[in-house]
Design a protein around this ligand. Structure first.
Ligand code: GLU
Length: 464
């Protein structure tokens, strides 16, 4: 994972560069009420910048103060997470859960364990999740959580004790009809297992649908592990389709080497592409023959190693480059799958110079606003995370569906459903952008379509 840049995007100034009677005061209020939360400001700004045309057509949304209400989470939880490390020392972390919006279903969204986690990060992720989840067409609201706990170099026992302490507080706020967490950066099946075990023990309930991303033998869904990365490639394939192209023969760059990156690489290569990069916070690998995804899985998931180890094991086929810079490698398609604000304006300029045709965001908000402008001005097809990476949460909703009916589906059936959902999301964004006179603008399409779905439900449910 590439570290985020030090200075977040500027958040002041009128939206869209010109005064807007409704949206500007609203954004000013978000800045005032949420000081210091740069990533949250950035996420709100990007959505607000798309909504002018919706408010012009649907004044009832303005009158009902839908966006003011959407920007204010329904509930925000911050709690202490004390635990004892292997040397017997007491550690104290901070836990978060932001229950952002339940207009469409129970709060749904992952937990992130990373030292950078703070309330602004959780709020940006939760805010994005509202619209992403709406776009899936599944009955799920938006939420997000996590902790500033750093799982790096922690033993299995330490991870377990941390997860148990985290759940000892969080359990009282969860429930299959209330709030359903899953994984995100630093939280995979191992962590979900420890949290599920603790939830079960405290509540004395085998409530499978309270967490998603579970193991296959205890209520997990086939294809959930693969879903975010696969979905990102499927969405990007749909974008390429509108340009009369596909993945076959394309040169692809991917950042990251976590769950999303690994399965984006796998699916892109299944579709005939050559993926030449992956990365982590130490640097990136260039493998001109195409990343050996089985070797990468072995190193990352089994040995819990680094991408530098991958390059070493691949011998002369691959080289490791320390530091950032994966986007300087020329490609046809770029899939940022690491973390927020990892693809900067300089990177976007390099990608455009290298002839990039499409960018699909596997991570949440990996592209800075300045970089986005460069890519859009150059006519690059750009799939924003809330559409392109929605396959993960959509498959979580399929997991909830299976849990509710005490059923389990085959990999093939689940992957087919994922494919249908990604095509549906692409169609919705594409059609909405056209309906609002911005053909090909998936950012506008995703923001407007996601907002309309949530806004309609909120309007129907009254002032709550
Ligand atoms: N953390 C993932 C996301 O950003 C998945 C959330 C979920 O499955 O609930 O969408």
């Amino acid at each position: 994972m590439v570290p985020p840049p030090l200075s977040p995007a500027p958040s002041a100034g009128p939206l869209n560069g010109s005064e807007d009677r409704v949206l500007d005061p609203l954004y000013a209020q978000v800045l005032r009420r949420n000081p210091g939360e740069a990533e949250f400001h950035q996420a709100v700004r990007e959505v607000l910048e798309s909504l002018g045309p919706v408010f012009a057509r649907r004044p009832e949304f303005v009158d009902a103060k839908i966006i003011e209400r959407i920007c204010e989470p329904e509930r925000q939880l911050i709690f202490r997470v004390p635990w004892v490390d292997d040397s017997g020392e007491i550690q104290v972390n901070r836990g978060f859960r932001v229950e952002f919006n339940s207009a469409l279903g129970p709060f749904k969204g992952g937990l992130r364990f990373h030292p950078s986690v703070n309330v602004g990060i959780v709020k940006f992720l939760g805010f994005e999740q509202i619209f992403k989840n709406a776009l899936t067409g599944m009955p799920i609201g938006g939420g997000k959580g996590g902790s500033d706990f750093d799982p790096k170099n922690r033993s299995d026992g330490e991870i377990m004790r941390f997860c148990q302490s985290f759940m000892t507080e969080l359990y009282r706020h969860l429930g299959e009809y209330t709030d359903v967490p899953a994984g995100d950066i630093g939280v995979g099946q191992r962590e979900i297992g420890y949290m599920f075990g603790q939830y079960k023990r405290i509540t004395n309930r085998y409530e499978s649908g309270v967490l998603t991303g579970k193991g296959l033998s205890w209520g997990g869904a086939q294809a959930r592990t693969e879903a975010t990365g696969y979905g990102c490639v499927l969405f990007t394939a749909e974008m390429l389709g509108t340009l009369g192209q596909d993945f076959d023969g394309q040169r692809v760059t991917v950042s990251g080497s976590g769950n999303v990156a690994v399965y984006a690489i796998e699916k892109a290569q299944q579709l005939g592409a050559t993926v030449v990069t992956c990365s982590d916070s130490d640097g990136f690998v260039v493998d001109e023959k195409g990343i050996d995804v089985e070797l990468l899985k072995q190193i990352k998931n089994v040995e819990r190693g680094r991408v530098a180890d991958y390059a070493e094991r691949r011998g002369s086929a691959a080289r490791f480059v320390p530091g950032a810079g994966v986007w300087q490698v020329p490609c046809d398609v770029a899939l940022p799958c690491a973390t927020q604000n990892e693809l900067t304006e300089t990177d976007a300029l390099a990608l455009v110079r290298g002839g990039v045709k499409a960018v699909g965001e596997g991570a949440n908000m990996p592209t800075t606003p300045e970089a986005l402008r460069v890519l859009q001005d150059a006519g690059v097809a750009f799939g924003p995370g809330k559409a392109a990476n929605a396959g993960g949460v959509a498959t979580s909703a399929l997991e909830m569906q299976q849990n509710a009916s005490r059923d389990s589906w085959t990999f093939e059936h689940t992957e087919d459903r994922l494919g249908e959902i990604m095509r549906h999301i692409h169609h919705t964004c594409h059609e909405t952008a056209e309906r609002y006179g911005q053909p090909g603008n998936y950012v506008a399409g995703a923001n407007i379509a996601g907002f309309e779905l949530v806004a309609e439900a909120m309007l129907a449910q009254g002032v709550i």
